[in-house]
Design a protein around this ligand. Structure first.
Ligand SMILES: Nc1nc2c(ncn2[C@@H]2O[C@H](COP(=O)(O)OP(=O)(O)OP(=O)(O)O)[C@@H](O)[C@H]2O)c(=O)[nH]1
Ligand SMILES: [Mg+2]
Length: 304
C-alpha cells in the first residue's frame, strides 16, 4: 500500500552478505562439486544450515528430503534451497504492513530488551510523517529509566506527537493515547513497550494488560502486533516468538540489525516454525534505515 524507504538492491545485498555466505555460500562450496549426496555430505550440509541459524528441525527436514530421493543432484543444491526458501516465505503470508486509510491505525510493538523497539518506532513515525499522516507515540515503557526520554527525542526528530507519563501504569498511558487519537483524529498510534521487567512473567502480564486496553477501546483499530527480533539473537529469536505469541497475539515480525548479521536465516526459521511473516527490516541505526521486507529481494540477495 505504501513503499518504505528502499535502499538500492546493491546496498541491501551488501547488508545481507554475511547471511548469504553463512547460509548459502557455505553449502554450495561444500556440496556442489560432489558426485552424489553421500551421508557424509548430507551431514556436513545439515551442520552448515544449523550453524547459519536455520533451526535444527528445519535443517533436518531439508536434508532428509535429499536423502530420500535421487532426482536432485549436488550440483542442483542452489536451486533446491532457493525453491524451498521461496515456498516457506510464501506460506507465511503477506509481508505488507496492514494499514487502513482514513481510519485510526494502531501498531503494538513488543520484544525483549535491546531488540530495537524504540528505534523501530522512531523510524516508523518518521515514515508515516513523510507520508503526511498524523502520528501519535504512546510511551508504554515506563519501567526503564531514560526510556521515555529516548522516545521523546525520536518523536521530535520524526515530528510526531507523544503521550508520556513518567512512571505511570503503561496501560493507562495507552488508554490516554487512544482517547486523544480518537478525539483529535490521528491516523497512527505507535505503542512502545518495555523489554525487561523484574521477570519474564511480569513483562508478559504487562503486555497482556496493554493489549486488553487496546482490545476494549479500539479493537477494530489494532492493525498489527509486531514482535521485534534482533537478527543476531538467532535461534533465541524463535523462542521469543513463542513466548510473546502466547501472551499477546503476534501478527508479524520486524527483524532488526540485519546489517552485518550472519544470522538473517531467522527470517526463514520464523516463517517456517511460527508461520509469521517478517514485514519490516532494520538495516541500520538511522531514521531511514527501515525497509519493508521483500521476500523476492531477500531470496535474490541470498542467491545471486
Ligand atoms: N545496526 C543496527 N542497530 C540498530 C538497529 N535497530 C536498533 N539498533 C540499535 O540497537 C540498540 C537498541 O535499540 P532500542 O531501540 O533502544 O531497543 P529497545 O528494544 O527499545 O530496548 P529496550 O527499551 O531496552 O527494551 C540501539 O543502540 C539502536 O541504535 C538496526 O536495524 N541496525
Ligand atoms: Mg525501548
Amino acid at each position: 500500500m505504501f513503499k518504505f524507504f528502499s535502499d538500492s538492491f546493491e546496498n541491501f545485498k551488501k547488508k545481507v552478505s554475511n547471511t548469504a555466505s553463512a547460509l548459502v555460500g557455505n553449502v554450495i562450496e561444500t556440496v556442489s562439486e560432489e558426485e552424489e549426496f553421500s551421508e557424509f555430505v548430507l551431514e556436513d550440509m545439515e551442520d552448515i544450515l544449523i550453524g547459519a541459524d536455520l533451526g535444527v528441525n528445519y535443517a533436518a527436514e531439508l536434508v532428509d528430503n535429499l536423502r530420500s530421493q535421487s532426482k536432485i543432484k549436488p550440483s542442483d543444491v542452489k536451486t533446491y534451497l532457493k525453491d524451498e526458501f521461496e515456498k516457506v516465505l510464501n506460506n507465511a503470508g503477506s509481508t505488507e504492513l496492514t494499514y487502513k486509510d482514513g481510519d485510526l491505525n494502531i501498531y503494538f510493538i513488543t520484544g525483549i530488551n535491546g531488540a530495537g523497539k524504540t528505534t523501530l518506532i522512531g523510524k516508523l513515525a518518521y515514515k508515516f510523517k513523510t507520508l503526511g499522516k498524523k502520528v501519535l507515540i504512546a510511551a508504554g515503557d515506563t519501567f526503564r529509566a531514560a526510556a521515555e526520554e529516548q522516545l521523546d527525542i525520536w518523536s521530535k526528530r520524526a515530528g510526531a506527537d507523544i503521550v508520556r507519563r513518567d512512571k505511570a501504569d503503561p496501560a493507562s498511558v495507552v488508554y490516554e493515547a487512544i482517547q486523544k487519537a480518537k478525539s483529535e483524529r490521528y491516523d497512527v498510534i505507535l505503542v512502545d513497550t518495555a523489554g525487561r521487567l523484574q521477570n519474564k512473567y511480569n513483562l508478559m502480564e504487562e503486555l497482556a494488560k496493554i493489549k486488553s486496553v487496546i482490545d476494549k477501546n479500539a479493537s477494530e483499530n489494532l492493525r498489527e502486533s509486531i514482535l521485534v527480533i534482533d537478527a543476531n539473537t538467532g535461534q533465541n529469536g524463535l523462542q521469543q516468538a513463542k513466548v510473546f505469541t502466547e501472551a499477546v497475539n503476534i501478527t508479524s515480525v520486524a527483524l532488526t540489525k540485519l546489517d552485518g548479521s550472519a544470522k538473517g536465516a531467522i527470517v526463514l526459521a520464523v516463517a517456517k516454525e511460527m508461520g509469521l511473516p517478517v514485514k519490516l527490516v532494520g538495516v541500520g541505526e538511522k531514521m531511514e534505515d527501515l525497509k519493508e521486507f521483500n521476500p523476492q529481494e531477500f531470496i535474490q540477495a541470498l542467491f545471486e
